[in-house]
Design a protein around this ligand. Structure first.
Ligand code: GDP
Ligand code: MG
Length: 443
């Protein structure tokens, strides 16, 4: 995998610092190979590798991850971003039926997808209508009817009198029919050709103009690899679309087409079709596709774990350092401790899994982050002498500090009281030993 190869590249690199140009070049070479192996189009590979190199240059080698893991993490994040970041959801029409039009080459999987999408929508309580506008292939209408029956969704098909042979007329009539029968989603299946051709594009564009779809989905076979880019661009110019559906992801394609299309067209991949069964269908998940392209789902899980463990260890170390400070405990330490608690708070899930930490779970979950900001503002309005020796902080100093931090005198009082309480606890703990609690913790 890419990670194995990167590990080999970095076998001489240890510790801190920045990656050298030579390291970065070697890395770029490995990423390039990995992407080409996944069938990503060359211009996309070049642009992508350039972006990753740029980011790698700015990055410190961190303590949590080894350099190979760190680069893989960057690559993964960039991939997810290009693939659309969050999963993009369908947009439904505010009034009247939502019209979804499918476009793509013959054999891309449109008709199959129409039925899968209809089933998926039906499961969410929608009442879709399928519309057969592929009047080109002899068996196309029948194929949609058979699939429609399987998923229990009605199919609107041409009959004598409503535009036999004219897909634009059928499409137009279907919208009226949907309104009459109160369908809330209309899925328009269209004809494709084996290759891109002007007549096909014109027909799709005419159907689009007739039904004014809320979403035009470009359906593309993930197995066509490099050709995906040309086709995607041709359909973008000829028909236009809002989102992409990748089909045949159950095959052995690594999914490079997804990256190529998303990168070249800037359109999000919205759905994934992954099998012949009508339930083999899902929302597209950019993060899953990224790890498939890199062929490294497990590695990413490891990286995540390594980072979390590292953060938890850092937090623990800081907490342990505070232990035993006892009488020397100052307001600066107090502030540092609060900031540490914030870190623990954001780590509350993993902390909850550590032995002995479960008891703090509730406190951590209920912890108000803004409280730390308020405490920080107050402590920062104190002089260094006051922070080192809080006994100095008398009434007039409290008024000054309150003013300086934009808080009430009572807030300053509460903070100072809490500090002394915390210090008492620290002193006791210094004598008794053991893991310090969260003495500064509000609530
Ligand atoms: P259309 O010409 O775009 O309407 O494509 P079809 O829906 O007729 O599909 C063409 C072929 O691809 C059919 O044999 C489908 O069964 C098959 N197919 C469609 N989607 C998938 C998929 O996700 N996985 C697999 N393995 N085959 C698929
Ligand atoms: Mg078809």
């Amino acid at each position: 995998t890419l990670s194995d190869r990167l590990s080999a590249t970095f076998k001489n690199l240890r510790g801190k610092g920045r990656l050298s140009e030579a390291d970065i070049d070697a890395t770029a070479r490995e990423i390039r190979i990995a992407l080409l192996e996944a069938d990503v189009a060359l211009p996309v590979v070049k642009q992508f590798v350039g972006a990753v190199k740029e980011r790698a240059r700015g990055e410190e080698v961190s303590g949590a991850l080894n350099p190979a893991q760190q680069i893989v993490k960057i690559v993964n994040e960039e991939l997810v971003t290009i693939l659309g970041g969050e999963t993009r959801r369908l947009r439904y029409a505010k009034n009247g039926p939502t019209v979804i039009m499918l476009a793509g080459l013959q054999g891309a999987g449109k008709t199959t997808l129409a039925a899968k999408l209809a089933l998926w929508l039906k499961d969410q309580g929608k009442t879709p209508l399928l519309v057969a506008c592929d009047l080109q292939r002899p068996n196309a209408v029948n194929q949609l009817q058979v699939n429609g029956e399987r998923v229990g969704v009605p199919v609107y098909a041409p009959e004598p009198g409503n535009g036999v042979g004219n897909p634009v007329a059928v499409a137009q009539a279907s919208i009226e029919e949907a309104k009459r029968r109160l369908h809330d989603v209309v899925i328009v299946d269209t004809a494709g050709r084996l290759g891109v051709d002007a007549e096909l594009m014109q027909q799709a564009a005419d159907i689009r103009d007739a039904v004014r779809p809320d979403e035009v989905l470009f359906v593309v076979d993930a197995m066509i690899g490099q050709d995906a880019v040309t086709t995607a661009q041709a359909f973008l110019d000829g028909v236009g679309y809002d989102g992409v559906v990748l089909t045949k992801l159950d095959g052995d394609a690594r999914g490079g087409a997804a990256l190529s299309i998303a990168s070249i067209t800037g359109k999000p991949v919205m759905f994934a079709s992954n099998g012949e069964k009508l339930t083999d269908f899902d929302l597209f998940h950019p993060d899953r596709m990224a790890s498939r392209i890199l062929d490294m789902g497990d590695v990413l899980t490891l990286i995540e774990q390594a980072e979390r463990t590292f953060d938890a260890e850092q937090a623990m170390k800081a907490a342990q350092k505070l232990q035993g400070q006892g009488g020397d405990f100052t307001l600066d330490d107090f502030l540092e401790q609060m900031q540490q608690v914030r870190k623990l708070g954001s780590l509350s899930k993993i902390m909850g899994m550590l032995p002995g930490m479960a008891q703090f779970r509730d406190q951590l979950d209920n912890f108000d982050e803004r409280e730390i900001d308020r405490i920080q503002a107050i402590i920062q309005s104190m002089t260094p002498a006051e922070r080192a020796n809080p006994k100095l902080i008398d009434g007039s100093r409290r008024a000054r500090i309150a003013k300086g931090s934009g808080r009430q005198v009572s807030d300053v009082n509460t903070l100072v009281d809490r500090f002394f309480e915390a210090r008492k606890m620290m002193q006791q703990m210094a004598k008794g030993g053991g893991m310090p609690g969260m003495p500064g913790m509000p609530g």
